[in-house]
Design a protein around this ligand. Structure first.
Ligand SMILES: NC(=O)CC[C@H](N)C(=O)O
Length: 503
C-alpha cells in the first residue's frame, strides 16, 4: 500500500531531516542546513514555531519544556512497573548466568528498538507511535499500533491496580495490627482501589503533559530504590531455607526412620536447596522472555516523552532512553538476584508475596509494600497517557485539544480498568496472552517494519545493512511472540497452573 502522505498534521510535529515535504511554511534560513542531531534541535525548535504560528494554543502544546533529568525520570518510571516483581521468579527458572544473558539481550534489543523508532520518527517528523504506523501502512497500520498500545497498557495498568487491590488491605491490616481481616470498608480491596484511583491516579492522569509528571515519577523511582535496598537487606536477614522447609519431610515415615537420619536428610536437602543455580532449564524457562519483555516495555511512552523534551534531538532522546534502560537493567538484575538468593526455588511469581511467608507483620516488609504500592500507583498516569493519545488519534484525529474530552477519556479508561480489576480479575489471565502478543509487537515487530517502510529507499536501500538488521529484528520478535503464545496455550490445554506472567 502506498504510504499516505501528510494528512493528519494536527498532532504531528516535525522532527527530522525531511521537514521539506511536511512543512508548508518557509524554512528559517538559520536552519536550512540541517545536519543530523547536532543541529537538528534547531530545525525542530523552528519546526515547532513555524508549524502554525497563528494557532497559539497548538504551538504551546508541543513546545518541549521537559528537562533531560525529568525525561529520564518519566521514561524510567514508564519502564519500571510490576514487571520487576516477576524477575526473581524468572531467575529461579533460568539460573543466574542465563538470566543475566537474557536480561542483557532484552535490554540491548529494547534500546535498539527505540533507536529504530526515533530514526523513523526523525525521517517523517512524527512523534506518535500510531502515526508511524499510519505513515508505514496507512490506516490499518495506525489501527494496529493503537490497538497494541491500548491493550498492552490497559493490561499493565490492570496489573498495577490489581496489586493495589490485593496488597493494600493487607498493609492496612498490618498497620492496624489486626490478626484477621475485618469486613470494614477500608479493608475491602475493591473500595480501596477505587479510592486510590479517584484521589491519586485521576488527578495525575488529568495533567495535560507528561512532563508535569516528572516529580511523581522521581518519587516513584525512589520508592523502587527503597524496595531494592530492602530486598538486598532481607537476603542477609532471612534464613534459608524458610522454617516451613522441614515440611518437605512430611512424606517420610517418621516411625521407621531414625530422627537423626531425617535431620541429616533435611540438612542435605536444605543445603542443596539453598545453593544458587547458574543455569537452569525447566518448563517455566520459556516464560522468562515474555516476563523480561514486559518489564522493558516503555515504547509507547518514548515518542510522547520525546515530543515534550526541551531542545529535542534524536541523540538526546537516545541518551535518555539508554540511561533509563541501563538504570532499570541494574535495578532489575539486583532485585531478581537478591530476591532469588533469599528464597531460591521457592520464590513466587510475585516476589513481594513471597515475603509474607517470612513474617507478614514485619515492619520493613510493610514499608516495602507501601513503597511498591506507591510506585505502581504513580506509574499508572504515565502508562495511561499513550492510551488516551491512541484513542484520540483514532476517534478524534485532526481535532484541537479539548479539556472535556481529555478528562472524559481519562475517567472512562480508569473506570473501565477499575471495573475489570473489581469484577473480572480472572480476565487478567487473558492479558497474559495479550501481553505475550502486544509486547513483542511494540518492542520488536512494529519498530522494525515501520522503520523498513518509512526510511526511504534512496536513503537506505532495502538491502542495506540497517534495513536487513531491522527485518531480522522483526523476525526475532515474531519468533518470540509465537514461542510465548504456544507455551501459554500448551499450559492452558494441559491445565497446569498459570506461571509468573507479570499480569
Ligand atoms: N507500558 C507498559 O506496559 C509498561 C510495563 C512496564 N515495563 C512494567 O514492568 O510494568
Amino acid at each position: 500500500m502506498e504510504a499516505p502522505l501528510q494528512t493528519e498534521m494536527v498532532e504531528l510535529v516535525p522532527n527530522g531531516k525531511h521537514l521539506e515535504g511536511l512543512l508548508p511554511v518557509v524554512t528559517p534560513t538559520a536552519c536550512i542546513q540541517r545536519i543530523e542531531d547536532s543541529r537538528q534541535s534547531c530545525a525542530e525548535g523552528k519546526g515547532f514555531l513555524q508549524k502554525s504560528p497563528s494557532k497559539e494554543p497548538h504551538f504551546t502544546d508541543f513546545e518541549g519544556k521537559t528537562s533531560f533529568g525529568m525525561s529520564v525520570f518519566n521514561l524510567s518510571n514508564a519502564i519500571m512497573g510490576s514487571g520487576i516483581l516477576g524477575l526473581a521468579y524468572a531467575m529461579a527458572n533460568t539460573g543466574i548466568v542465563l538470566f543475566l544473558f537474557l536480561l542483557t539481550a532484552v535490554a540491548l534489543l529494547s534500546s535498539y528498538s527505540i533507536h529504530l523508532l526515533l530514526k523513523s520518527s526523525g525521517v517523517v517528523g512524527i512523534r506518535a507511535y500510531e502515526q508511524l504506523g499510519y505513515r508505514a501502512f496507512g490506516t490499518p497500520g495506525k489501527l494496529v499500533a493503537a490497538m497494541a498500545i491500548t491493550l498492552q497498557n490497559i493490561g499493565a495498568m490492570s496489573s498495577y491496580l490489581y496489586i493495589i487491590k490485593s496488597e493494600l488491605p493487607l498493609v492496612i491490616q498490618t498497620f492496624l495490627n489486626l490478626d484477621d481481616q475485618t469486613s470494614d470498608w477500608y479493608m475491602n480491596g475493591n473500595y480501596l482501589v477505587i479510592l486510590v484511583s479517584v484521589i491519586i491516579i485521576l488527578p495525575l492522569a488529568l495533567m495535560r503533559q507528561l512532563g508535569y509528571l516528572g516529580y511523581s515519577s522521581g518519587f516513584s523511582l525512589s520508592c523502587m530504590v527503597f524496595f531494592l535496598i530492602a530486598v538486598i537487606y532481607k537476603k542477609f536477614h532471612v534464613s534459608c531455607p524458610l522454617p516451613s522447609f522441614g515440611n518437605t519431610t512430611d512424606n517420610f515415615d517418621y516411625t521407621e526412620v531414625m530422627e537423626e537420619k531425617v535431620q541429616v536428610q533435611v540438612e542435605t536437602e536444605a543445603s542443596a536447596f539453598c545453593t544458587p543455580s547458574y543455569f537452569t532449564l525447566n518448563s517455566q524457562t520459556a516464560y522468562t522472555i515474555p516476563i523480561m519483555a514486559f518489564a522493558f516495555v516503555c515504547h509507547p511512552e518514548v515518542l510522547p516523552i520525546y515530543t515534550e523534551l526541551k531542545d529535542p534531538s534524536k541523540k538526546k532522546m537516545q541518551h535518555i532512553s539508554n540511561l533509563s534502560i541501563s538504570v532499570m537493567y541494574v535495578m532489575y538484575f539486583l532485585a531478581a538476584l537478591f530476591g532469588y538468593l533469599t528464597f531460591y526455588d521457592s520464590v513466587e511469581s510475585e516476589l513481594l508475596h513471597t515475603y509474607i511467608r517470612v513474617d507478614p507483620f514485619d515492619v520493613l516488609i510493610l514499608c516495602v509494600r507501601v513503597a511498591v504500592l506507591t510506585a505502581v500507583t504513580l506509574t499508572v498516569p504515565i502508562v495511561l497517557f499513550p492510551v488516551r493519545r491512541a484513542i484520540q488519534q483514532i476517534l478524534f484525529q485532526n481535532q484541537e485539544f479539548n479539556w472535556l474530552r481529555h478528562i472524559l477519556i481519562a475517567t472512562g479508561l480508569l473506570t473501565f480498568i477499575n471495573l475489570l480489576v473489581i469484577f473480572a480479575p480472572n480476565i487478567l489471565g487473558i492479558f497474559g496472552v495479550i501481553g505475550a502478543t502486544s509486547a513483542p509487537c511494540l518492542i520488536f515487530i512494529f519498530p522494525a517494519i515501520f522503520y523498513f517502510r518509512i526510511v526511504p529507499t534512496e536513503k537506505e536501500p532495502a538491502r542495506s545493512t540497517p534495513k536487513i538488521l531491522a527485518l531480522c529484528f522483526a523476525v526475532l520478535g515474531f519468533l518470540l511472540m509465537t514461542m510465548s503464545l504456544s507455551f501459554i496455550i500448551i499450559d492452558w490445554i494441559s491445565g497446569t497452573s498459570q506461571p509468573g506472567g507479570s499480569h
